[in-house]
Design a protein around this ligand. Structure first.
Ligand code: CDP
Length: 227
């Protein structure tokens, strides 16, 4: 059967990662969480006390020392992210990383390094990648592009539940604040801003269940695969 690349872009808490993961599983495709890569870069900078307010030569040089990959590990159904060989899946979801990831992801050097890696991952096709600029920058030729949106209160509640389930201590107000800040930074940056690709299909998940979401994107994917 023909293999395609699928780009799932949109705002945080819209269910895009969950949908992309389940879709990849259903199709036997590789799921890649591009946000996890920006989070891993942020973790590296934080650990090594490298300033990210400006695109300094130190920041640019650090990018050469960062190697990110995804592996299937025990206890995880989906690939988890590694930073220089160390699994960092839980660490990158903490509020300290959420607070700095969008400012880190603004820098052109950071984006170019990640986009190059993401494009390599898609060369063989059969990839479902979720992020902000996948349909516009990473895979502009993707056979299927979906842009996922939902109301802010619903997104925040979903993200809060996710974090509380993981034992991360936070509250609704803090989550709303973080989502709004990231939405603003992500949408207004110069390089690879968050925006719907012209040929992307809009999916509003405010009143959809995960099963509905997966099913509707799966149907679209099968149409493209059989075309
Ligand atoms: O899951 P959530 O939407 O909270 O975030 P994520 O997908 O883990 O991405 C975290 C942050 O990384 C986003 O808010 C963006 O600032 C940045 N990002 C990006 O710039 N480009 C991407 N392709 C993916 C993420």
């Amino acid at each position: 059967m023909k293999k395609i690349n699928i780009a799932v872009d949109g705002y945080a808490g819209t269910g895009k990662s969950t949908t992309a993961k389940k879709l990849a599983q259903k199709l036997g495709y590789l799921f890649i969480d591009s946000g996890a890569m920006y989070r891993a870069v942020s973790l590296y900078l934080l650990r090594n006390k490298i300033d990210f307010d400006i695109e300094s030569s130190e920041l640019i040089a650090a990018l050469d020392d960062i190697y990110i990959d995804f592996v299937i590990t025990e206890g995880h159904l989906h690939p988890t992210v590694r930073l220089n060989g160390q699994e960092v899946e839980n660490e990158i979801r903490k509020p300290e990383i959420s607070a700095i990831v969008s400012p880190v992801a603004v820098h052109k050097s950071v984006r170019r390094a990640m986009v190059a890696q993401q494009q390599r991952m898609g060369l063989e096709k059969g990839v479902v990648m979720d992020g902000r600029d996948i349909g516009t920058v990473v895979f502009p030729q993707a056979e299927l592009k979906v842009f996922v949106v939902a109301d802010i209160e619903i997104r925040a509640q979903r993200r809060l539940n996710e974090m509380l389930n993981k034992g991360i201590n936070t509250n609704l107000e803090a989550v709303i604040q973080n989502l709004k800040e990231r939405d603003h930074i992500d949408s207004s940056r110069e390089e690879g801003p968050l925006k719907q690709a012209e040929d992307a299909i809009l999916l509003d998940t405010s009143s959809m269940t995960i099963e509905n979401q997966v099913e509707s994107v799966y149907r679209l994917a099968m149409e493209r695969i059989n075309a």
